[in-house]
Design a protein. Structure first.
Length: 274
């Protein structure tokens, strides 16, 4: 009898401990934390920053001399000097914002250089644009690495689309580094003022602590050249623990700084994007 009781009590203790651990895990998974918010905001900063440098490059392609960069158009003087050279094989465009911050017409501060090496015009099928940086900062965040954009021609809807490979990093003003390795398809859905793109694809984001977050776009992102935030779409982040977080930027495109984090159990939290 004593042996039976001992087994019973041990079993009860194990069950109680297991229940506590399970409840703790469920509780942890039931509420979006500050860390969850950081995953989302860090990704949004990197995504929009790398889209921004491409938008700048696209608009600068029609300028020779100086331009006051803005997200809706370019003007004849102001923030950046644009120069075009030929290296014997490809054309090279240098967009130089100078060594001091310039407040551009879209409200962003920029300094340093964006360098674009290309084999044809951005809208030409088969053209390749390789974007690099020389001490370039966007709102005090330094942009490093490469972004390669290949024009793949037209899709079945007649829209121009691009394969985009990003191997770069964002060094924030506080010294934190976020490294992005992404493969994207960027579809030009509206040409004009503004230009609007749909973005699909996946990749990884390595955070300052060295942990890798998987990034998978499950509903195409919508970005517009006149908005500083992602306007719509959904991304699933896979955390190092294996848990997932779904970030929704909206179902209908709208230029606002809000997104929603959804946990696997359905719990939602609204966050403010930088």
């Amino acid at each position: 009898m004593n042996g039976t009781k001992s087994i019973f009590y041990k079993g009860a203790a194990i069950f109680a401990i297991s229940s506590i651990v399970l409840l703790a895990a469920c509780h942890k998974n039931a509420k979006a934390t500050a860390e969850d918010n950081s995953y989302a905001t860090d990704y949004a900063t990197a995504e929009k920053t790398f889209n921004d440098v491409q938008t700048v490059s696209d608009q600068a392609a029609t300028v020779s001399g100086t331009m006051a960069y803005r997200t809706t158009a370019t003007t004849g003087s102001g923030c950046a000097t644009v120069s075009h050279t030929f290296n014997g094989t490809d054309s090279v465009m240098t967009i130089d914002f100078g060594s001091s911050d310039c407040l551009c017409h879209d409200g962003s501060y920029r300094r340093g250089q964006i360098i674009v090496t290309y084999s044809g015009h951005y809208a030409d099928s088969g053209s390749v644009h390789n974007i690099t940086f020389n001490n370039f900062f966007h709102n005090d965040n330094q942009v490093k690495g490469t972004k390669t954009v290949t024009n793949m021609g037209h899709n079945s809807l007649g829209q121009i689309y691009f394969n985009v490979n990003i191997n770069g990093s964002i060094v924030k003003a506080n010294g934190e580094t976020h490294t992005a390795t992404w493969n994207r398809v960027r579809t030009w859905i509206t040409q004009g003022t503004p230009n609007v793109y749909q973005i699909t694809g996946s990749g990884t984001l390595v955070r300052p602590n060295g942990k890798t977050v998987g990034v998978n776009i499950t509903i195409p992102l919508v970005v517009a050249s006149n908005c500083r935030w992602i306007e719509a779409g959904t991304i699933v982040h896979t955390l190092p623990s294996g848990l997932t977080r779904t970030v929704n930027y909206g179902n209908t495109p709208a230029c606002d700084n809000e997104a929603t984090i959804t946990l696997p159990n359905g719990t939602r939290q609204t966050i403010t994007l930088p």
